[in-house]
Design a protein around this ligand. Structure first.
Ligand code: F6P
Length: 544
């Protein structure tokens, strides 16, 4: 019989162990083991992880690893890599790892090797990217494309925009890239206000090609293009699509020769290295895109093969389970000390919370005695330090932090990088060790002020270091979090690969739209609040 999570022996042992150690301070743990800072580290795919500043002992790790075994993490990893239909509520395989499999590797879905198809699409993307980058893809009036606008939302936007920003250093500076996601017309208007339609290419990126926001923006883009170029034939030169839905792409009026496909076994939030990454490939070129894929693959192989005690995604995932499940930590702060990673926290929000924000087990049982996904959030350092770090240091909430930093800046300017990185190490140190009231008093602080100036410490963090932010490292970093999410989902016994929770709001909006726009006053049968809000909105719009 499979036990519910909280009945598992390892979970119960962790609960008892938590009672024993949750008040032990990191100061004590470090004092007791001079080697701790070297010992509790792991390295793979160019990423170095220091997890010594966690409120764990060797026994904690042993029990977390036992929990992974009891939850059959190994079996679940093998099932994913094998192409089993582990997304059971949608009856789909989950094979983002196939998107970065080298040519020649075999991964079967329903008995068909998908790797040759993956490489065929990559080759087609590369051919197109080279034409655009080389100024050979001409717009309808014969002028080269200078602006690329990606229209998409969720996974069809957050990955591309994050990767573009992260790899901007490597991007073709002769091209302008914009990203339109919001159905708020302001997004489209501001993204295009200074662009010339004759030099602008739209990439309509949507797995389903039915998403309301993306379709509204794509139709607006079409009208914007035609208003300037006055000929339907222009669409073929100014629009390409990235989708799994060829029929809908054709219906929209984009020639399916200008479509880059992917497959139902790629989840939206796991799709940035599929054809959804077309804007990334145009920006950084096919070689850099392949380097990005190599970084993903290196982390995939590490995740698949390394023992869990040295396995970065396993460690990261299990530590999250530890704080979430036993310390009742509600959030994780991701703090990249690199301005190029400014959209990384936003990207991670969809990856983590759309994946693991679930309330029933795989078998459909309600989860009422443990937590699932924490809330992920963050901002690049050092900016966050002058904003919300006060709460992390002295608030009453426990917020595990992931600090991400690099040995070298891509823009070495004077001593900026050393200043930046000294803040990474200082913040992690301050969080862990704090400053006691005795220390504060010894500095001459009056007794009444001392509590305000005391830092309790014992606040956990990971420090992730890499040599520099390259395409390979970005791939490894994203794959690290993808697989950490997988580990968490496996422990919590949930399906990280569906997202039914987004459906209700979509359906209700579809019902409400005509109630906002109808000429005659509609019959409203919502609750009294929704009815009153709709009436007030209609009044604001001058409608009956
Ligand atoms: O509404 C959520 C969602 O389905 C995400 O999972 C997905 O990334 C996003 O919408 C966009 O979907 P599509 O690529 O099909 O337009």
């Amino acid at each position: 019989m499979t036990h519910p999570l909280t009945q598992r022996p390892a979970w119960q042992a962790l609960a008892a162990h938590f009672d024993q150690i949750h008040q032990v301070h990191l100061r004590t743990l470090f004092a007791d083991d001079p080697q701790r800072g070297q010992r509790l580290t792991a390295e793979a795919a160019g990423l170095f992880l220091d997890y010594s500043k966690h409120r764990i002992t060797d026994e904690t790790l042993r029990l977390l690893l036992a929990l992974a075994e009891e939850c059959d993490l190994r079996g679940r990893i093998d099932a994913m890599f094998r192409g089993d239909k582990i997304n059971i509520t949608e009856n789909r395989a989950v094979l983002h790892v196939a998107l970065r499999a080298p040519a020649g590797q075999h991964i079967d879905v329903d008995g068909v090797d998908v790797v040759p198809d993956v490489h065929a699409v990559l080759d087609k993307m590369a051919g197109f990217a080279r034409l655009v980058r080389g100024g050979q893809w001409l717009g309808y009036t014969g002028r080269p494309i200078r602006n690329v606008v990606n229209i998409g939302i969720g996974g069809s936007d957050l990955g591309p925009v994050m990767a573009y920003e992260a790899l901007r250093h490597y991007s073709a500076r002769t091209l302008t890239f914009r990203f339109v996601s919001n159905v708020d017309g302001t997004d489209f208007a501001e993204a295009t206000h200074d662009l010339d339609p004759a030099e602008t290419l739209f990439i309509v990126a949507s797995k389903t090609f039915t998403t309301q926001e993306t379709m509204a923006n794509a139709h607006t883009a079409r009208a914007w293009t035609l208003a300037a170029l006055h000929d339907e034939a222009a669409i073929a030169r100014h629009f390409v699509a990235v989708s799994t839905n060829a029929a809908k792409v054709g219906e929209f009026g984009i020639d399916t020769a200008n479509m880059f496909g992917f497959w139902d076994w790629v989840g939206g939030r796991y799709s940035m290295d599929s054809a959804i990454g077309l804007s990334t490939m145009i920006a950084v070129g096919p070689e850099n895109f392949h380097a990005l894929l190599a970084g993903f693959h290196a982390m995939d192989e590490h995740f698949r093969t390394a023992p869990f005690e040295r396995n970065l995604p396993a460690l990261l995932g299990l530590l999250t389970v530890w704080y979430n499940g036993f310390f009742d930590a509600q959030t994780v702060a991701v703090l990249p000390y690199d301005q190029y990673l400014k959209r990384f926290p936003a990207y991670l929000q969809q990856l983590t919370m759309e994946s693991n924000g679930k309330r029933v087990t795989l078998a459909g049982a309600a989860i009422d005695d443990y937590q699932t996904s924490p809330i992920y959030w963050g901002e690049p350092g050092t900016n966050g330090q002058h904003s919300f770090y006060q709460l992390i240091h002295q608030g009453v909430k426990l917020i595990p932090c992931d600090f991400i930093g690099f040995g070298h800046s891509l823009n070495p300017l004077g001593n900026h990088h050393d200043l930046l990185m000294s803040n990474v190490f200082a913040q992690a140190e301050a969080l862990a060790f704090g400053k006691s009231t005795e220390q504060v008093l010894a500095e001459g602080t009056p007794a009444w002020l001392a509590p305000h100036r005391t830092f309790p410490g014992n606040r956990p963090s990971n420090v992730i270091l890499a040599e520099r932010l390259t395409p390979e490292i970005l791939g490894a970093l994203v794959a690290l979090y993808e697989h950490s999410v997988f580990v968490q989902g496996a422990i919590w016994d949930i399906n990280p690969f569906d997202q039914w929770g987004v459906e209700l709001g979509k359906a209700l909006a579809n019902r409400i739209t005509p109630e906002l726009t109808s000429e005659a006053a509609p019959e409203l049968s919502h609750d009294s609040s929704t009815n009153a809000l709709i009436r007030r909105y209609r009044a604001l719009r001058g409608r009956a």
